[in-house]
Write a protein that binds this ligand. Structure first.
Ligand code: SAM
Length: 211
């Protein structure tokens, strides 16, 4: 299994957005155009938090939060926010499937993370519980198409990192998201006009559930 803490302890990790790159911040901005700019936004499994850093600059009246299981990336992100004087962005350790915060947010955003989580249903429950009424969960998850694609494309260490997906242990479908949240879901890529992007294929499903 992927050891993220060890990965981030190597001081030279890339500050990248793992799916969709830096464009993901523009796409989140399009979501805000459609559903309203949130008062607060939480990225869960935020990693180096490319999207929250970009958004915090663009939306100074929104409070941004990032949660990740890695203490190292949380500390690095908090230091970066302090050095850059970003006042509306903070990070804390938080680990799915349970998320140790009582706070709710207008948008909870979980992208490129469920691939590494053993109990996706419990994780979705916990993410959705953190969405304020009227707010939105943006959720990217592994499905059968992800497993097939990864099986064809990934080799060596990468196969170990994606062991849960490759073994089929944590695959879900849009129906599971509907069932667990009790909400209708919409395709996020379509909602933000990114359905033709290479990264937005059937192996990288991403949905929005309103609360
Ligand atoms: C591939 S990165 C994605 C980072 C970011 N969301 C993005 O899209 O660029 C996956 C992140 O999920 C975090 N992660 C993995 N398992 C997690 C869990 N159970 N709870 C919270 N974060 C987790 C890892 O530490 C890592 O930073």
């Amino acid at each position: 299994m992927m050891d993220w803490e060890r990965f981030y302890r190597r001081a030279d990790y890339d500050r990248c957005a793992y799916i969709g790159g830096e464009r993901m911040a523009d796409l989140a901005g399009r979501l805000f155009d459609r559903v309203g700019t949130p008062d607060d936004f939480a990225s869960v499994g935020c990693g180096p938090a490319v999207v929250p850093f970009r958004l915090a600059e663009r939306y100074p009246d929104t409070e941004f939060f990032g949660f990740d299981l890695s203490e190292t990336v949380v500390r690095d992100n908090n230091e970066k926010a302090t050095v850059e004087g970003v006042e509306n962005l903070q990070f804390a350790v938080g680990s799915l499937p349970d998320l140790d915060t009582d706070r709710q947010f207008d948008v909870v955003y979980c992208v490129a993370t469920l691939y590494f989580v053993e109990e996706p249903r419990r994780a979705i429950e916990s993410l959705y519980a953190r969405v304020r009424d009227g707010g939105h969960l943006v959720l990217n998850y592994p499905n059968e198409a992800s497993r097939e694609q990864f099986d064809e494309e990934f080799e060596g260490r990468k196969r170990e990192s994606f062991e849960l997906v490759l073994s089929g242990a944590n695959l879900i479908s849009e129906d599971v998201v509907r069932e667990v949240t009790g909400a209708e879901t919409r395709n996020y890529w379509e909602l933000v006009g990114a359905e033709d992007e290479e990264f937005a294929d059937s192996a990288t499903p991403c949905v929005v559930a309103e609360k």
